[in-house]
Write a protein that binds this ligand. Structure first.
Ligand SMILES: *[C@@H]1O[C@H](CO)[C@@H](O)[C@H](O)[C@H]1NC(C)=O
Ligand SMILES: *[C@@H]1O[C@H](CO)[C@@H](O)[C@H](O)[C@H]1NC(C)=O
Ligand SMILES: *[C@@H]1O[C@H](CO)[C@@H](O)[C@H](O)[C@H]1NC(C)=O
Ligand SMILES: *[C@@H]1O[C@H](CO)[C@@H](O)[C@H](O)[C@H]1NC(C)=O
Ligand SMILES: *[C@@H]1O[C@H](CO)[C@@H](O)[C@H](O)[C@H]1NC(C)=O
Ligand SMILES: *[C@@H]1O[C@H](CO)[C@@H](O)[C@H](O)[C@H]1NC(C)=O
Ligand SMILES: *[C@@H]1O[C@H](CO)[C@@H](O)[C@H](O)[C@H]1NC(C)=O
Ligand SMILES: *[C@@H]1O[C@H](CO)[C@@H](O)[C@H](O)[C@H]1NC(C)=O
Length: 407
């Protein structure tokens, strides 16, 4: 089928994740063509991780004081009040919610207010996010590094004392002379100098860089064609530069460097230069019915990403960077992907059929996503703002989370 992307990038100079797009699958495998594979990619987010801990590690004597979430009390610090602490001054003393299950390999996460130029995130809000996320997973991935999000997340992990590693992200773009890349590289470097790498699992350079490059330059769905290779020649120096930056810090461990892209848009030269690849695999944008969504996701990832990576000399580790299902659409025209609608029951079905099965299969994935992102709804409409397990106010949607513990 013809390429035919629908890139909804708003054209702003740059902001970590102001975009989304859908594209038809570049796969030539007849199976996917039969299915009508249209892999769409929604971007942004990283996940948090950790084990739900109830008791304060500081054991202050006054155990009765409770930092309550009931709204306005916390309105000035950015926290929503969705989490209680037994000690209001100790973020590690948060009270575990029995409805939350540590069943997710990883979660995609972007702190609210992490887009330039406005920013607006806060440490209190990020701490609250990490308190919640740590009850679901031990791994998160970020998409970019603007608005100090790397440091905020690492500080929040430190203060909450949760078991969480984070894949930091550098959301670079091809056509800005390297400005976005350098700005984010430097804030990542600062964060690592401050917090070390105990909780850093990797640094991801690029978020759908190749998809966007091909789309902007008429490269169609050929990530390994000449235009794709030209994009790779721009991306690889940034990957190498990040490796050099990390090496210059003389860290106690080698921090892996990877890239994240749309599932059908990995370039083999890029993959040959990374330690890991993170692939967006979206059954909803591929017009797959909810009943087939989990299996389709697993098969697409295996056939199009894992097998390809295993055939390269460096055999980069592959993860699913994003997969999920939207719970609603802001307008009727976008509420269906064709065979299935955006709905909470369908989101529940995807959770029930994907999460524990992927854990069982040993698949590394970052569930998309922690919470609904209001800025995406405002900017793009449709289903874009409705992929969270949590509502934007950090209450859990009407879901029963799968219960299959994974470290
Ligand atoms: C926080 O504690 C208050 C008082 O015990 C309780 O009413 C409220 O439901 C709790 N909130 C959460 C999110 O646990
Ligand atoms: C980034 O966040 C950290 C942790 O809260 C803080 O110490 C630091 O001052 C922040 N940096 C900037 C530039 O805001
Ligand atoms: C990063 O990549 C951009 C092109 O996308 C390039 O202009 C810039 O020089 C690169 N910076 C480094 C340090 O590799
Ligand atoms: C997916 O479904 C939408 C909505 O029905 C439709 O507009 C689009 O053409 C479909 N795409 C494919 C590849 O089937
Ligand atoms: C898990 O593996 C089975 C057997 O290969 C496969 O049928 C299924 O689609 C996979 N599911 C997930 C979610 O990885
Ligand atoms: C909503 O649907 C319209 C009409 O099909 C389409 O042009 C638009 O891209 C969709 N918006 C989103 C955010 O999916
Ligand atoms: C949180 O948001 C959801 C969805 O908009 C809403 O139903 C719920 O009432 C809100 N809860 C609070 C405590 O604001
Ligand atoms: C922390 O999480 C990692 C996975 O990232 C896991 O391997 C390890 O066992 C966990 N440690 C504890 C103390 O739970």
């Amino acid at each position: 089928m013809a390429p035919g992307y629908n890139n909804m990038d708003n054209g702003a100079p740059y902001s970590s994740s102001q975009w989304l797009e859908k594209q038809e699958s570049g796969s030539r495998k007849s199976k996917w063509i039969v299915i009508g594979a249209l892999v769409g990619l929604v971007a942004l987010i990283a996940a948090g991780v950790a084990i739900g801990i109830t008791v304060s590690k500081h054991h202050t004597t006054s155990s009765t004081s409770t930092k309550s979430g009931s709204g306005s009390a916390n309105a000035d610090n950015g926290a929503s009040g969705a989490v209680n602490q037994t000690n209001p001054n100790d973020p590690s003393s948060f009270v575990a919610d029995p409805n939350l299950k540590h069943s997710f390999y990883g979660l995609a996460y972007t702190p609210a207010g992490s887009q330039l130029p406005d920013c607006g995130n806060s440490l209190d809000a990020v701490i609250e996010d990490i308190q919640l996320i740590s009850q679901l997973t031990s791994r998160i991935r970020l998409y970019g590094a603007d608005c100090n999000q790397s440091a905020l997340v690492l500080e929040a992990i430190q203060q909450t004392k949760v078991n969480m590693t984070v894949y930091l992200g550098n959301y670079n773009v091809p056509n800005d002379g390297g400005v976005a890349y350098t700005r984010q590289r430097d804030t990542i470097e600062d964060a690592i100098k401050t917090y070390g790498v105990d909780h850093v699992a990797g640094v991801t350079v690029g978020n759908e860089y190749m998809l966007n490059y091909l789309n902007a330059n008429g490269g169609g769905d050929q990530p390994n064609g000449p235009i794709g290779d030209a994009g790779a020649a721009l991306l690889i120096p940034n990957i190498t530069d990040t490796r050099n930056m990390l090496a210059s810090l003389n860290l106690p461990k080698t921090v892996p460097v990877g890239t994240a892209d749309a599932g059908s848009f990995f370039n083999n030269l890029v993959l040959s230069n990374v330690d890991y690849g993170m692939s967006n695999v979206h059954p909803w944008f591929a017009n797959v019915s909810i009943d087939q969504a989990a299996d389709w996701t697993a098969e697409f990832f295996q056939g199009n990403n894992v097998v390809v990576a295993q055939g390269l000399p460096n055999q980069p580790q592959m993860f699913i960077a994003e997969t999920g299902w939207p719970s609603e659409s802001s307008d009727v025209s976008n509420e269906s992907n064709g065979p299935s609608t955006a709905s909470v029951p369908n989101l529940q079905t995807f959770l029930d059929t994907f999460v524990c099965q992927a854990n069982q299969n040993g698949t590394g994935y970052f569930y998309f996503e922690f919470f609904d992102e209001e800025w995406k709804d405002q900017q793009f409409g449709g289903v874009e703002g409705w992929w969270g397990l949590f509502n934007a106010n950090k209450t859990l949607k009407a879901l029963t989370l799968p219960d299959c513990h994974i470290d």
